[in-house]
Write a protein that binds this ligand. Structure first.
Ligand code: TMP
Ligand code: MG
Length: 207
């Protein structure tokens, strides 16, 4: 099916637990929407390299410092995302500020503190939240390579994501469904969301 055109690009975020299939879906969706795909952390920048080292357990930082680096790594892309949306380019984001909150709050940092540095970033038009039983997701390939990929921590992250899902109106998806079923469900929801709109206002996150 074709996706309806509006006055600017659509900004879609995919969020969820590690190994929930976000990256696969982000890739398929960006092809379908002819969109630019962005990923956070964006490991290609200097900040991204520091974050990547941290995730592999190669450098130790306080929870606050790594949280702020993840946020700064989103701000690095802010202007380019904004401009592209205004120019009619769709953007699909593999993780966004909600991951920032979920993972840091799962370590015990206050949710409001976690949101503050991301306040003012562009708010996604639609956020999909892929989730499923951690016992099953943890069986998927490569699990355990990075420091957050352990079941007891993912369980806490899942709880915060569930909380955010209600507050932020995420569209929840069962990550155990097949790749094709999930992609279909995502496209279906985007269609429905656009059915009665020709204009969408760009909004700022947590302002
Ligand atoms: P990735 O597996 O999608 O590349 O993400 C790497 C890890 O970083 C993943 O465990 C989630 C975590 N993360 C944060 O803790 N804070 C953030 O702001 C983001 C974007 C990811
Ligand atoms: Mg990962």
């Amino acid at each position: 099916q074709t996706i309806k055109k509006i006055n600017r690009g659509l900004f879609i975020a995919l969020e969820g637990l590690d190994k929930s299939g976000k990256s696969t879906q982000a890739k398929l969706l960006s092809q379908k929407l002819n969109a630019r795909k962005v990923s956070f952390p964006d490991r290609t920048t200097q900040l991204g390299l520091i974050i990547s080292d941290y995730l592999r357990g190669n450098n130790n930082m306080s929870d606050e410092v790594i949280h702020l680096l993840f946020s700064a790594n989103r701000w690095e892309q802010h202007t380019s995302i904004l401009k592209q949306l205004q120019n009619g380019i769709n953007i699909v984001s593999d993780r966004y500020a909600y991951s920032g909150v979920a993972f840091s709050a799962a370590k015990g940092l206050p949710i409001e503190w976690c949101k503050a540095p991301d306040s003012g970033l562009i708010q996604p038009d639609i956020t999909f939240y892929l989730t499923g039983p951690i016992e099953q997701l943890s069986q998927r390939g490569d699990y355990g390579k990075e420091i957050y990929e352990n079941s007891s921590f993912q369980y806490k992250v899942g709880n915060i994501f569930d909380q955010l899902a209600l507050q932020e109106n995420f569209y929840k998806i069962n990550a155990l469904k097949s790749i094709d079923e999930i992609q279909e469900e995502i496209l279906q929801h985007i269609q429905e969301k656009l059915q009665n709109v020709n204009q969408l206002q760009l909004k700022k996150l947590w302002k």
